[in-house]
Structures are given as structure tokens and as C-alpha cells.
Design a protein around this ligand. Structure first.
Ligand code: TYD
Ligand code: MG
Length: 457
């Protein structure tokens, strides 16, 4: 039998070569050739091509809606990020730093789900003993979990086709290899090809599949950005593995909203859902401290109060430091420039550090005013009262722009006892929507925002 030929495909231009080389002969890019699976004749009979003979053009309104079958996973915060439960035949990629709790979460999920659906946990990373030790520690030993320790994708699929699980976990995709390629497991080609086979299997059989993916130092899924295109849902673990709270964010979801956030606490008994996370990220200072203010963010579909802290200090370096944890560093630079140009406060000889309490990552622009007020408060060494909060976006022209769902944010903060709000004028509630016991300082320009802060602290 002739040996299947290996091809090397340039990831830049897509041309294929029979030999590996450092430079692509077609487009001239360096280090772009990766090994790829040889073309086989039956490619077209795969999942994607199966309707080739029967394909015909349809009107949108004639397309039959098959109800997506969803199953609750038994873990409410996971259901939330998945968009309301696990869709059958869907493929979900879960990424995160080592030790953040990916294996823990999936062990708990499978144990919870295995009473209703047969499920299979494939581990390529840990031994069966290690997995069972963890399950025992989590008190899930007798939940009827099925385990498999295997790293060859062909054997996994053969065994799974027999066992017919409805939910399957692959922990992790970087340890899985396919026999069709010769490169080592973990490489881009191996990961992509193994994932492609598993995705095809999931779509054919209607199995819900979870793939665990490692994250590189840069914070993206190792090797394969390509994986993100192949799957239906991409979830990222956020937070610090040293912190108590862990968050899962949906960055892509074909079956629900993105940027939805699920919140968990890591405890002795594994991950516990935090169903009302609105005030867990406040540090509750006894006395007001300079450089701290609360903002109301709306990550996903619910408002959350978070504290933004700043430290502004004389710099002894020709390049003062700008460090931002939990917020975009470019945004920090931009806001400092706006504050200088439109507010007349220069911090070019100061180190500026920004931190969002609790390891939360803010992706919304609603935290602009909070960042600015925290920096100003630290710069002046004057604390703001603990009963105030702020939200609003700041534009390059020094204007304060409204954010979405202002009323909901105001209510949430008022519920937690905050008394004064500094918010964009356009977010001012209408007369009959006014909230009891909440004083509102509406601002339109950055100068008004700074005056408001100076009059308060
Ligand atoms: P794990 O799920 O193994 O992480 P990952 O698969 O993402 O690499 O989680 C490991 C961390 O969680 C480990 O540092 C110990 C901690 N942990 C607890 O605090 N409590 C528990 O009940 C479990 C199972 C783990
Ligand atoms: Mg793990």
C-alpha cells in the first residue's frame, strides 16, 4: 500500500509544498510552512460535503426550524455563558491559564449531567488515578462518570462511537494527536487536524463536545487561533489562579450572547457558582482612601459593581510607568492625554498604576470616568466619599458620553447603598424614573467631571 503523502501548507498564502523549507517558495514568508494532513479522496463525503448532491436553493422563510435541543448542565453560571444550556452537537472550546480550574469545572459539569445524559471524560493529560482522586475530593466519586485515558484521536473516536456518549470532554486538545501526521502532539497541524476530526464526529452524532485548550503567555489559545473558527462557542477563564473568584467569559457563541460572564468561587469542594456577583468585587474600605472609586459595569447581561484603584506617584525615570491591570493600557494612555488637554492636569512626570479589584477584566468603556477620577484622587491625595460611584465614556474631545442601560446601573448601585452618582448628562433618568435617596451629578464635559470630584473630595 502506498504511504499517504504528507504536505506542507503555507499558513500565509495557502500554497502546498512536498518538502518543508524555512521560506515559502510562493509568497516568500518565513517560517509559515506547517505539516498538514494528506488529501484523501473521501474529503467530500465528510460532514461539510454531505449535502452536495441534495443541495438546492431555498427561501429564508421556508427553512425548517429544528428546535435546538438544550440541556441544563446543572451549573447555572455555565448555562448562562453557554446561552441557556448545552446545545446538542455543539462544540465548546474552554481556554484558560494552567491551574485556573478547567478540569475541575468540567469534572463537576459531567458529574452533574451524567444522571440525565451518558457522558465521557477523555483525559490526555492526567492519569485516571489523578482524575478519580480529584472527583473523590469533589465528592463526585459515585456519580457514574465514564473515563478514558487516550491521546490518539482515531482511537478516541472509535471508542466513543461504541460507547455513544451524549456529552464528551477532551482534556486537553493539545495532548491529542492524529496518526495521519508525523509531527509531535501540540503543534498547530496536529491540534487543528485532531480538532477537525472531533468536530466532525460531534456534528455527525449530535454529541456535545467540550475541548480544553491551553493558553499561551500572550493570553491566546496556544497555537491554534484556527480552533476558534472551527468551534461553536469559545469560553475563556479569567481571573488569577491565586484569587478566590474565577470568571468565564463567552468570546464567541453561535447559540447565545457574547461577553456574557459566569462567576465562580474556588472552594475546597471545587467551583461554586456565585449567582449574585454584583458586589463581590468591592474592597469595602473602613475610611475613604485616595485613588479609589466604584463603577457599575455591565459585563454580559447583568450589572456589577467593581472598584477601580489608581496610584499616581512621582516618577524617577525618564519614561514614567503606565501600568493597567484589568483595563486596556491604551485606554489609560488616551485618558491621561485627554485629561491633560481638556482638564489641564499633567501627569507626564508621574508613574500611573491602575488596578481593577478582584482580578476582573473590564472591557466596557463605562469605566473611563472611574479611571480618571481614581487617578485624579490619587494625584491630589484626596479621597472621594465611599458613597459615590460613577460611570461614563470619555471622548477625545473631552466630552462625557452616555452608556447603555444607565437606569439599570443606577438602580443596582442604589440597592447597595450608594448615595451619589456622577454620570453622563444623557444618562440622567427621566422625571418619573427618579430613584429615591440617590443624588445625581450630571456631567457633560471633562472639566465638569473634575469640578464635581474636587467639590466632593
Ligand atoms: P484544575 O481544574 O486542575 O486546573 P486546570 O485544569 O485549569 O489546569 O484546577 C487546579 C487548581 O484548583 C489547583 O491549583 C487546586 C485548585 N482546587 C481547589 O482549590 N479546590 C478543589 O476542590 C479542586 C479540585 C481544585
Ligand atoms: Mg487540567
Amino acid at each position: 500500500m502506498a504511504k499517504a503523502k504528507i504536505l506542507y501548507v503555507c499558513s500565509g498564502c495557502g500554497s502546498s509544498h512536498s518538502k518543508w523549507a524555512g521560506q515559502c517558495g510562493d509568497c516568500g514568508d518565513w517560517n509559515t510552512l506547517v505539516e498538514s494532513a494528506p488529501e484523501t479522496g473521501d474529503k467530500r463525503s465528510g460532514f461539510a460535503g454531505k449535502s452536495n448532491t441534495a443541495a438546492h436553493i431555498q427561501q429564508l422563510e421556508d427553512v425548517k426550524m429544528e428546535a435546538e435541543t438544550r440541556t441544563g448542565t446543572g451549573i447555572s453560571e455555565l448555562d448562562r455563558v453557554l446561552g441557556g444550556g448545552l446545545v446538542h452537537g455543539s462544540v465548546t472550546l474552554i481556554g484558560g491559564d494552567p491551574g485556573i480550574g478547567k478540569s475541575t469545572l468540567l469534572t463537576q459539569t459531567l458529574a452533574a449531567i451524567s444522571s440525565t445524559l451518558p457522558s465521557l471524560y477523555v483525559t490526555g493529560e492526567e492519569s485516571l488515578q489523578q482524575v478519580s482522586l480529584r472527583a473523590r475530593r469533589l465528592g463526585l466519586a459515585e456519580k457514574g462518570l465514564q473515563l478514558l485515558s487516550e491521546t490518539c484521536v482515531e482511537s478516541i473516536i472509535t471508542l466513543a462511537a461504541k460507547a455513544k456518549p451524549r456529552v464528551m470532554v477532551i482534556d486537553s486538545i493539545q495532548t491529542i494527536y492524529t496518526e495521519t501526521l508525523q509531527s509531535a502532539p501540540g503543534g498547530v497541524a496536529q491540534v487543528r487536524e485532531s480538532a477537525a476530526q472531533l468536530v466532525r464526529f460531534a456534528k455527525h452524532t449530535g454529541t456535545a463536545l467540550f475541548l480544553v485548550g491551553h493558553v499561551t503567555k500572550e493570553g491566546t489559545l496556544a497555537g491554534p487561533r484556527v480552533l476558534e473558527h472551527m468551534v461553536d462557542t469559545v469560553l475563556y477563564f479569567e481571573g488569577d489562579s491565586g484569587e478566590r473568584y474565577r470568571m468565564i467569559r463567552a468570546v464567541k457563541n453561535r447559540f447565545g450572547a457574547v461577553n456574557e460572564l459566569g462567576v465562580f468561587a474556588m472552594t475546597e469542594e471545587g467551583l461554586k457558582t456565585v449567582s449574585n456577583p454584583s458586589a463581590i468585587f468591592l474592597s469595602r474600605h473602613e475610611k475613604p482612601v485616595p485613588g479609589s472609586i466604584v463603577t457599575v459595569t455591565r459585563e454580559g447581561s447583568r450589572p456589577m459593581l467593581v472598584e477601580v484603584q489608581a496610584l499616581v506617584d512621582d516618577s524617577h525615570s525618564p519614561n514614567p510607568r503606565r501600568v493597567s491591570l484589568g483595563m486596556d493600557a491604551n485606554r489609560l494612555n488616551m485618558l491621561l492625554a485627554v485629561m491633560h488637554r481638556h482638564g489641564g492636569i499633567a501627569m507626564y512626570d508621574q508613574d500611573v498604576f491602575i488596578n481593577v479589584v478582584g482580578g476582573v477584566r473590564l472591557t466596557e468603556t463605562c469605566a473611563d470616568t472611574a479611571l480618571l477620577l481614581a487617578a485624579l484622587s490619587s494625584f491630589r491625595d484626596k479621597p472621594l466619599p465611599t458613597s459615590i460611584f460613577t460611570f461614563g465614556e470619555i471622548g477625545l474631545a473631552g466630552e462625557i458620553r452616555p452608556v447603555s442601560n444607565g437606569q439599570e446601573r443606577l438602580r443596582e448601585a442604589a440597592k447597595h447603598g450608594f448615595k451619589t452618582a456622577i454620570i453622563p448628562k444623557a444618562n440622567l433618568p427621566r422625571k418619573n424614573d427618579a430613584i429615591d435617596d440617590l443624588a445625581i451629578i450630571p456631567v457633560q464635559r471633562i472639566s465638569e467631571l473634575m469640578e464635581a470630584a474636587i467639590s466632593l473630595g
